[in-house]
Design a protein around this ligand. Sequence first.
Ligand code: CP
Length: 316
Amino acid sequence: MTELRSKHLLGIRGLTRAELELIIDTAVEFKGVINRPIRKVPTLRDVTVANLFFEDSTRTRLSFELAEKRLSADVVNFSAASSSVSKGETLVDTVHNILAMKVDLVVMRHPHPGAAHFLASRVDVPIVNAGDGTHEHPTQALLDALSLKEQFGQLDGLKVTIVGDIRHSRVALSNILCLQKLGADVMVCGPSTLIPKHYASMGVHVEHDIDKALAWCDVANVLRIQLERQGGGDHIPFFPSLREYHAQYGVTKERLACAESGGKKITIMHPGPMNRGVEIASDVADGERSVILNQVENGVAVRMAVIYLLASGLGG
Ligand code: CP
C-alpha cells in the first residue's frame, strides 16, 4: 500500500492496519530526515496548510506547524481566542473564509466531538483531526504506536494498560482502536466513574485496581485527569479529591517497583500535558522507563507523514 484511501484523517476508526503501518513506516523515514543536519525537504513547496485551533494545545499545534515547515509547506495559524469566532462567526463560515485565501489542507482541533467529520462533509479540502473533544486524537495514537514500535519492534501481543480519566479522553479511544488494529492487548484502568460501561464491549480488559493493572502490562499509558471537562469549580464529581485519586491511582515509583518485582520492566507513556503528583509522580515521569519525550519527538515525524500522504492526493 502506498496511499491512504480517504482524503481526510478524521480518526483511527476509519483506518485499516495496512494504512496505520503505511503512516508509521512513512514517519520512520521522516524521522531520519529531521535528524539530519538539513532537516527540511522541498516536498510540499506549493502547498498551503491552515492550522485551526479552537481549543488550547502545546504539543499538537507546534508539532503540526514544525512538520509542515519541515516539508516546506506555507503555513497559516488560526487561534479561535484571537479570531472573529468571538464575534459570532460560525465554524463553516470561518473555514470557508480561510479557504477563499487558497488554502489546500486544514488541520483542526475543536472542543466538540464530531467537529472534524462535520467540516469534512462541508468543504472540499483534506481535513486532519487534531483532536475533537472527547472523541478521537488520531495523530496522538499514531505517534504512540511509533514510540512503542521503536521500543519493542512490533505491537503484536504487547500488553498496554491505559490508566486514568478514560471518560473524558480522546487519546484513550484512538489508542485503543490503533493498538487493537496493530495486534496489542489493551486494558483500561481507573475508577468506575471514569470508565464508561461501553468500553467493556470494545474487547478491552477493564480493571479498577491499579496494582493488578501494572502487574499485567508491559506498557502503562497514563492519562491526565481532565478537570476542565468535569464541570469546573471546586467540586470534582468523579472522585473525592485529587489527593485521594493520587493515593488510589497515581503511578508512583513504589507501585512500579512492586509490579516489576518479578523482573519485568514497564514502559511509561503520557500524552501530556501532565498533572505531576496527581496521575503520575515526577520521578516516574522523568525516570528511566519514561518515553514521554520520545512521544513528543515522534509527533513531528508522524504529522509529517500524515500531511505528506494526504497532500499527495491533492490535484496538480
Ligand atoms: N497530547 C496533546 O494533545 O497535547 P496538547 O494538548 O498540548 O496538544
